[in-house]
Ligand binder design. Structure first.
Ligand code: PHE
Length: 330
């Protein structure tokens, strides 16, 4: 019996322990066979022996249960250790997210103008006709509205087609001098290689006392800005038309891919159009009740800048949420 207890104490696994239980109390077990022998004894002897055997059995079971619990705890501990997941393990392949390439470009543009003390303004994406068109010298049925077809709501509201309405909203609220930019989303009914129904613009507006700003100021700041964005490029101003500026210009940079020699990206012209600008039209100042002021404004498409900077040929790649594409801009 003592050796049985010792065997229990040195058992290593629940399987070993189970073998011991069978060895003692199984059908042919040591204790079981001793109990079987009781029937051959006379009454007196039987009583004494039965008591003794029951004590031994009780001792065995107590030791056995005790050991069983210890082994169960040990085995559970071992299992948990084997199956545990180390949450602190470094897995370089997953990595963290990053800003979207369009937002990275937008931030760089904003950084430039903030460094020159331009304030950042914003306005609603759902605009009324007055702020998006009328006040910008685009009366109803003006043919220039065709270039900016948009999405209309039943109540006459519309998704803004450019950030220019924020010029109007800022001038309505503030008095000159004004020096602002407005980065934000705009919407047009467009969809092809270089146009998506939603894209981003950065608008700029400077208004001063009459005579204090000229086209020369506008030209200087935009040339400096474009070199900040694209490096040492040539900059060219081409006369153009916008209802809200007069005179108006479109601005080109020498092609950053062929350096002006002519390639597919610049349609073999050597130039890339990158923004629109001009001196603020008198009718715009009239619409907001400004007198004796002069100013300039400009507007640019952020996606266009991002496409050129990262040499992306299909704008839609920015909006398809394909991680294989987006991860390249970390
Ligand atoms: N709002 C014009 C556009 O979306 C850009 C622009 C802004 C042009 C300001 C001139 C001055 O095309």
């Amino acid at each position: 019996m003592d050796s049985l207890i010792n065997e229990i104490k040195s058992a290593q696994s629940s399987a070993e322990l189970e073998e011991l239980r069978i060895k003692a109390l199984g059908k042919k077990g040591i204790l079981t066979s001793q109990f079987a022998l009781l029937k051959n004894l006379d009454e007196e002897e039987k009583k004494g022996k039965a008591k003794e055997l029951n004590q031994l059995k009780g001792e065995f079971e107590r030791e056995w249960m005790l050991k069983k619990e210890i082994i169960a705890t040990e085995e559970l501990h071992k299992k948990l250790l084997e199956e545990k997941v180390d949450m602190t393990l470094f897995t370089p392949s997953k990595g963290v997210g990053s800003a979207h390439p369009v937002m990275i470009t937008m931030e760089r543009i904003v950084d430039y103008f903030v460094s020159l003390n331009f304030a950042i303004k914003s306005g609603p994406l759902i605009e009324d006709d007055f702020h998006n068109f009328e006040a910008l010298n685009l009366p109803k049925y003006h043919p220039a509205r065709d270039m900016q077809d948009t999405f209309y709501f039943k109540d006459g509201m519309l998704l803004r087609t450019h950030t220019s309405p924020v010029q109007i909203r800022t001038m309505e609220k503030e008095t000159p001098p004004i020096r602002m930019i407005c980065p934000g989303a705009v919407f047009r009914r467009d969809y092809d290689l270089t146009h998506t129904p939603m894209f981003h613009q950065v608008e700029g507006l400077v208004v001063e006392e009459e005579g204090k700003v000229s086209f020369a100021n506008l030209k200087y700041i935009l040339e400096d800005f474009l070199r900040f964005m694209f490096g040492e490029v040539q900059v060219r101003f081409r006369t153009s038309f916008f209802p809200f500026t007069e005179p108006s210009a479109e601005v080109d940079i020498s092609c950053i891919f062929c350096h002006g020699k002519g390639c597919r990206v610049c349609s073999h012209t050597g130039w890339l159009e990158v923004l629109g600008c001009g001196l603020v039209d008198e009718n715009v100042f009239k619409a907001v009740g400004y007198k004796n002021v002069s100013g300039y404004a400009f507007g640019l498409g952020v996606e266009r800048f991002a496409m050129l900077i990262h040499a992306v040929s299909d704008l839609r790649a920015f909006f398809e949420s394909d991680l294989r594409v987006l991860e390249q801009f970390r």
